[in-house]
Design a protein around this ligand. Sequence first.
Ligand code: ARG
Length: 459
Amino acid sequence: MSDILRRGRLSSTPDEDILNFTSSMSADKWIFEADILVDLAHTVMLKEQGIIRKEDCSRILQGLLRIREEGIEKLDHSYEDIHISLESRLIDMVGEDVGGRMHSGRSRNDEVVTCIRIRLRDELISLMEELAQLRKNLLARASENRDTLMPGFTHLQHAQPTTFAHHILAHSGALARDTQRLMDAFSRVNECPLGAAAFASTGFDLDRERTRSLLGFEAMMENSMDAVSSRDFMIESASVLVNIMVNLSKMAEELIVWSSSEFNFVELHDSYSSTSSIMPQKKNPDTAELIRGKSGTVIGSLMGLISICKALPLSYNRDLQEATPNLWRAVETTRGAVRVMAGIFDTININTDSMALQSVMGFTTATELADTMVRAAGIPFRTAHQIVGVLARGNGDPTLEDIDSVAMDVLGEKLSDRGMSQEMLKEALDPLSNIRKRNITGAPSPDETDRAIRARSSE
Ligand code: ARG
């Protein structure tokens, strides 16, 4: 190869080992299209500013469009990065007297970070669409299961009855906030560093506003030193991805536990399951396990990014090249995980009978029973808590006589003498009636669930 960068200051070319060590070509496949766009915009602006001639501009633009058509495979991969490889291909096509003018007033430093921002914008938008699909599937499952009873947990111990819809709406709410975070991060990704050149801008009379608008950026990164040095937009985006993956990992953990025969709440579709090479009966929730595992990969990518960026002096340092693949790994992994989770919830089988059966196990109606005592007999909640706590030592299905006998010990009075009836007791121990009574904002009653689903669907 004739390396257009190594004909001046340097007199030797790196051997393969050094080239492999220094090259960013493999990660640069992410920014091939973006780099063409940046080249096109910069060239048009150079011509409009009278920095290059009209004829040269046209030939450069034609060359760039041909390179785009040929695709990245046609580029020489023995260059240290896509920018030089692309410029070199252009010079091969249109000659150095023309192609060699494209890089006027520009550095790879402002070029690369503009490319990363352009590609990341696309990725964030696609991810928002994929999250919207996942939330749509969650809402569909929720609306089918407004009355589907299940035990709610704290400390993974049966706590109070709830519904499958209410549980799923909780995850959907978390993912809605993640979408807002993505939009927020997007606004800071959408700033244009082009024109900063190496870091001190350039003596060419560039029109930065023009390239900003040609590339569809909302704002310009004004300070040219800040523009080339900062990767905070990558850290911020990766942090949002981490948050998404933490949320998906929590959902995955539940799916895994719920798929066990001990729980038997759900069954993943066969396409989202795997089997064992030795145990013929096995059906394993591997996709959920991989989502849980891949959350570690994304967390690791964020850690890589942060660790590389810390303590870097301004402005550009080659360390920054090492940061970028962490971003792409995080983006690719998160998008894959969101898509798979959407598929899981599109096809999942919900064992409503099994969940309903378990919804009362572990005396989950104890809180409602204590509340009923407060309302019926006018006793303080703390006293009711003590009475029901003593009753909970039994089988979790107390009679009014049981209640009266404990109340005699604690209060010196029977609750049936203070207005507590058989009917009230029966209602307190009925999980469906527990749910219906929980009808305030955000509660699991079917009516309130209805309202929440409608509100979420129009978001
Ligand atoms: N491949 C480089 C990167 O990803 C492009 C910028 C190179 N700049 C330089 N001064 N060597 O950061």
